[in-house]
Ligand binder design. Structure first.
Ligand SMILES: Cc1cc2nc3c(=O)[nH]c(=O)nc-3n(C[C@H](O)[C@H](O)[C@H](O)COP(=O)(O)OP(=O)(O)OC[C@H]3O[C@@H](n4cnc5c(N)ncnc54)[C@H](O)[C@@H]3O)c2cc1C
Length: 342
């Protein structure tokens, strides 16, 4: 059994920043995520894409933001438990017992749920044999752009991800964009760029077509696509990318007795506490009137939720508001020795 002040469920950007907000007020945290890496949607869905609306950082990729957050929480030495899903949350006296899928048990004064969209999974190709090629020639996200250079790539989907990656990957590979409708759903600017690339012969666009079959044994050699009239086309391809959106699977969170609002957790806006005393929810997973699913909103929510945790973790102490610039105790927790040299 591991004892701590606060368990943070989810190591997305908001969960990571929650550790910071807890750390500066002197609370210990352990963080648990069922993915094999930190960063949540930023690492899993758009590591290479620039984000433009993080306060004070004009432009950074999802990956850089995650790295910076990891550096920011490093002084607190919080343990991160990856590849473990939080399965059960049960009240035991004044504490909470948290059990993971690996049967690890935590005893904690408070919990911050930063579970995003829950355990999210990409919607996949419906063809049965597509599973055999997954991770080798079929992908649902781009993790390392260089892997997709000098290839014949067939991108399926009609939204922003399909359009953006068609534009990006067509710089160094031959790209065919296939969508089951004639109209794309993405940003107008991206649609304009794709149309221009098509006109200039730099990209092939096939609509309204869907994947019919895959040809190849160990490796994909080509695919057959089919339209509504039954017309088939063969496309040379060694890589398939599917961008069909995500399946939101809230998973076990739905069974913890929390007040749910569709697939999100209802919270107050004073400190983002749920209907269960000592359990807070922040980031994409929480809902309240006016909620914006943005990273910056999640960061704000963690500042208040962390202070909310304080009364459960330190019931005999009074929380005192302090600035990081001027507080000696915060600087000590951050390991700052000499401000002037920093
Ligand atoms: C393509 C795309 C572009 C985006 N661009 C922007 C942008 O420009 N600006 C912006 O502000 N936002 C953007 N967003 C939204 C932003 O990524 C989210 O608001 C943000 O990731 C939410 O952070 P989070 O930490 O709340 O959740 P997430 O990032 O979803 O992380 C939640 C984590 O919780 C884990 N988890 C869930 N349930 C459990 C469980 N039971 N046990 C253990 N772990 C669990 C998940 O595995 C996941 O890692 C974009 C999103 C997408 C998809």
């Amino acid at each position: 059994m591991i004892s701590t002040d606060v368990i943070v469920i989810g190591a997305g950007p908001v969960g990571l920043f929650a550790v910071h907000q807890l750390g500066i007020i002197g609370l210990k945290a352990e963080i648990i995520d069922n993915l094999n890496k930190v960063g949540g949607q930023c690492s899993e869905l758009y590591p290479d894409k620039p984000i433009y609306d993080i306060p004070g950082i004009p432009k950074c990729t999802g990956e850089t933001l995650t790295e910076n957050l990891m550096e920011q929480i490093e002084p607190f030495g919080s343990k991160i438990h990856l590849n473990e899903r939080v399965q059960e949350v049960v009240k035991e006296g004044t504490k909470w017992k948290v059990t993971t899928s690996k049967q690890k048990i935590f005893n904690t004064s408070a919990i911050i749920i930063a579970g995003g969209v829950g355990s999210f999974e990409p919607r996949k190709f419906s063809l049965k044999d597509s599973e055999n090629f997954e991770g080798k020639s079929i992908f649902y996200s781009v993790k390392d752009k260089s892997f997709f250079e000098n290839k014949d790539i067939c991108i399926f989907g009609g939204g922003d991800s399909a359009l953006d990656w068609s534009i990006e990957l067509s710089k160094k590979s031959k790209v065919t964009l296939v969508h089951r409708r004639d109209e794309f759903r993405g940003a107008n600017k991206s649609i304009e760029i794709v149309n221009k690339l098509k006109k200039d012969g730099k990209i092939q666009v096939e609509t309204p077509y869907q994947l019919e079959s895959i040809e190849g044994k160990d490796k994909i050699k080509s695919v057959m696509i089919k339209n509504e009239d039954g017309k088939n086309k063969k496309i040379k391809a060694d890589i398939l990318l599917g961008f069909f959106g995500l399946i939101m699977q809230l998973g076990p969170i739905a069974n913890w007795g929390l007040g749910m609002d569709k697939k999100t957790i209802a919270v107050n806006t004073e400190n983002f506490e749920t209907n269960q005393k000592g359990i807070f929810a922040v980031g994409d997973i929480c809902s309240y009137p006016g909620k914006l699913k943005l990273i910056l909103s999640g960061f704000h929510e963690t500042a208040l939720a962390a202070r909310g945790c304080f009364k459960y973790a330190r019931p005999n102490e009074k929380y005192r508001f302090e600035f990081t610039t001027t507080s000696k105790s915060i600087k000590k927790r951050l390991g700052v020795k000499n401000d002037k040299q920093e």
